[in-house]
Design a protein around this ligand. Structure first.
Ligand SMILES: Cc1cc2nc3c(=O)[nH]c(=O)nc-3n(C[C@H](O)[C@H](O)[C@H](O)COP(=O)(O)OP(=O)(O)OC[C@H]3O[C@@H](n4cnc5c(N)ncnc54)[C@H](O)[C@@H]3O)c2cc1C
Length: 364
């Protein structure tokens, strides 16, 4: 029986599926990058260039029994994948795992490890020259960026502006209050209910003094700014409809067994799915476990039974530098506010680097 599994996208979800199935199937992982990107580490990679290579794990070491093709999917149908190069990969099972894009530096702009490291070093030099930093977006990425900057340069003035009226909407008041207190201690200024009313005169990540007027009528003068809002679902290669119609948000509709609706040999994991939950690496890896179970069962000639249910409440680990931050985690009694030491231990200290060394071997 043919056992070809094409995994499209080597992020948190796709690499977990590929690694778990390579011993029992003919796994082909497709990604235009040459390395797995641990995006959770990207903001420290910006502030500490000597540490930056720790966020990249070359694909070369991932699949001793499988194959990695460095290319981009251009179209997918129930029987396989057509690559941007024109190559056709026939497959018995297809797993869509192409994730989402964030504005640089939250995720690299380049697909090449060397170019991505050069970009981080270049932006680091720009940041080094700036005394006043403006971050647009007070979500987890903007907050983490502010924390990383303050840990390296406590004297820089950091302002975060966001049109949203509250911080971490939907999280427990204890978590939000703890976050506010730590931001105040670090001297990070947070302007909520505040958008920009005038255009920015510099490009993001480039040093150069500018002044903008906010929607509340105030002026902000800063020396560099970063965009920390907005994500895009990486699903353009499905827009031809050869596999499935996408949701209006560009996401892939999935069943509770994480099959792409209408296809019992095609699955999707991670940020690309329409599972109603925050888009997080932790969830992508849980999706991967379900899909691995289901494909394994099918490879054994049986009916798959594993299903996925989203968490009924939001969870987060939000470090502010390597020793600070807040979190909300699950417990049998519901969500609880994680102490700062736990946030540091689980994420802040190494930003998950150790966990991926276990999956890939050494960093770049
Ligand atoms: C700064 C930051 C911190 C974060 N911290 C956390 C955290 O603490 N905990 C948490 O759970 N989540 C965190 N996240 C969110 C997390 O990064 C995403 O949820 C996660 O990346 C989604 O994983 P994924 O497997 O769906 O896809 P991704 O990790 O986005 O990987 C997708 C892969 O698909 C490839 N690809 C794209 N298009 C194609 C194509 N056409 N053909 C082939 N391959 C393609 C890409 O090159 C990429 O390698 C953080 C994100 C950022 C930016």
């Amino acid at each position: 029986m043919s056992r070809a599994v094409a995994v499209i996208g080597g992020g948190y979800g796709g690499t977990a599926v590929a690694k778990a199935l390579e011993a029992q199937a003919d796994v082909i992982l497709i990604d235009p990058r040459d390395a797995f990107v641990n995006a959770a580490a990207s903001l420290r990679a910006l502030t500490r260039p000597h540490w930056a290579s720790n966020m990249f794990f070359p694909f070369a070491t991932l699949l001793p029994q499988g194959q990695v093709i460095r290319d981009r999917a251009a179209s997918v149908d129930p029987h396989g994948v057509t690559l941007a190069s024109g190559q056709r990969i026939a497959a018995d099972y297809v797993v869509l795992a192409t994730g989402s894009g964030y504005a640089y530096p939250a995720k690299p702009a380049s697909d090449s490890l060397g170019d991505a490291l050069d970009d981080l070093r270049r932006t680091h030099k720009e940041l080094l020259q700036a005394d006043r930093v403006l971050i647009l977006g007070a979500g987890p990425v903007g907050l983490e960026l502010a924390g990383e900057i303050k840990e390296v340069w406590p004297g820089k003035h950091v302002t975060i502006a966001d049109p949203a009226p509250e911080l971490l909407a939907g999280f427990q008041p204890e978590v939000v209050d703890g976050l506010r207190a730590q931001l105040t201690t670090l001297g990070i200024e947070v302007l909520l209910g505040t958008g920009l009313a005038t255009p920015l005169s510099t490009e993001p990540g480039q040093s150069g003094t500018f002044t903008v007027t906010t929607t509340t009528g105030d002026d902000i003068t800063a020396d560099i700014w970063f965009r920390a809002y907005g994500t895009t679902t990486n699903s353009a290669y499905l827009a031809d409809g050869a596999l499935t119609p996408l949701t209006p948000q560009g996401q892939v509709p999935v069943t509770e067994s994480l099959n792409v609706k209408g296809h019992d040999h095609v699955y999707a994991v991670g940020d690309i799915t329409d599972v109603p939950e925050a888009k997080m690496a932790g969830y992508a890896m849980r999706h991967a476990e379900v899909v691995v179970q289901n494909i394994t069962t099918q490879l054994n000639g049986e009916r798959p039974t594993a299903t996925y249910s989203p968490s009924p409440f939001p969870t987060i680990l939000l470090p502010l530098g390597s020793t600070g931050g807040v979190g909300q985690l699950p417990s049998p009694d519901g969500p609880f506010a994680a102490p700062t030491e736990m946030v540091a231990e689980y994420k802040g200290t190494d930003l998950f680097t150790g966990r991926f060394v276990a999956r890939f071997g050494p960093t770049a």
